[in-house]
Design a protein around this ligand. Structure first.
Ligand code: E4P
Length: 217
């Protein structure tokens, strides 16, 4: 499973990238707002650092305006993935931009039917949101499993990019289901390293090493 980092925080991306944990980056207008930076500037900086796909989201609502924004974003770098919302206009923009050979990530997907339409419109990635469904007391992971099954039934090439990931458990569940990609905030990726038995075991080993006077360098 590929890891995309869901942030516009340059330092956080750089830290994970040094460990080989970053196969791509996703952003959205809320994350750009949080960074407090100009979208074109911050996206360019991310693309200079990361060779994998970097999703930059349009902010228009009409297809023709989304297409114009998508073309402008795509000028930033070759690895730009234009992110469009899963609306009828977003699907039109997806079809045009993907026919032009650009990578397109269709976002804000909350149902299997929406995922089918995105695949038909030539999306490179479909982004179903797990956490926001969980927030409504639905199981977001069920949506990931449903889309996996449907895409496999018909050999759709659109990559399943699990999004709105809130916990380390979401990451392992997505990997079990077979998501192609999971995009998560840096804190969730780092939390995957945590286990209370690791902490407990290490505490004991360090105490015993001190008692035994073990010195290595
Ligand atoms: C995906 O591309 C989105 O940017 C993101 O995963 C949304 O996550 P949230 O629901 O935690 O805001």
């Amino acid at each position: 499973m590929k890891f995309f980092v869901d942030t516009a925080d340059i330092d956080a991306i750089a830290e994970l990238n040094e460990l080989g944990m970053v196969d791509g980056v996703t952003t959205n207008p809320s994350l750009i707002m949080k960074s407090g930076r100009d979208i074109l500037e911050v996206i360019k900086e991310i693309c200079d650092m990361i060779s994998g796909p970097v999703s930059a989201e349009v902010v228009a609502l009409k297809a023709e305006d989304m297409i114009a924004e998508g073309r402008k974003l795509a000028e930033i770098a070759e690895n730009i993935t234009v992110k469009v919302p899963l609306t009828w206009d977003g699907l039109k923009a997806c079809k045009t931009l993907s026919d032009e050979g650009r990578m397109v990530n269709v976002t804000l997907c909350f149902s299997p039917n929406q995922a089918i339409l995105a695949a038909k419109a030539g999306a490179t990635f479909i982004s179903p949101f797990i956490g926001r469904l969980d927030d409504l007391n639905q199981d977001g992971l069920d949506l990931i499993a449903d889309i996996r099954q449907i895409y496999d039934n018909y050999g759709y090439e659109t990559q399943l990019l699990a999004a709105s990931i809130r916990t380390a458990n979401h990451m392992s569940e997505c990997a079990k289901i077979g998501a192609d990609v999971a995009t998560a905030p840096p804190g969730v990726i780092k939390a995957m390293a945590n286990h209370m038995l690791t902490d407990k075991g290490l505490d004991q080993f360090i105490k015993d090493a001190e008692k035994a006077g073990i010195k290595i360098v």
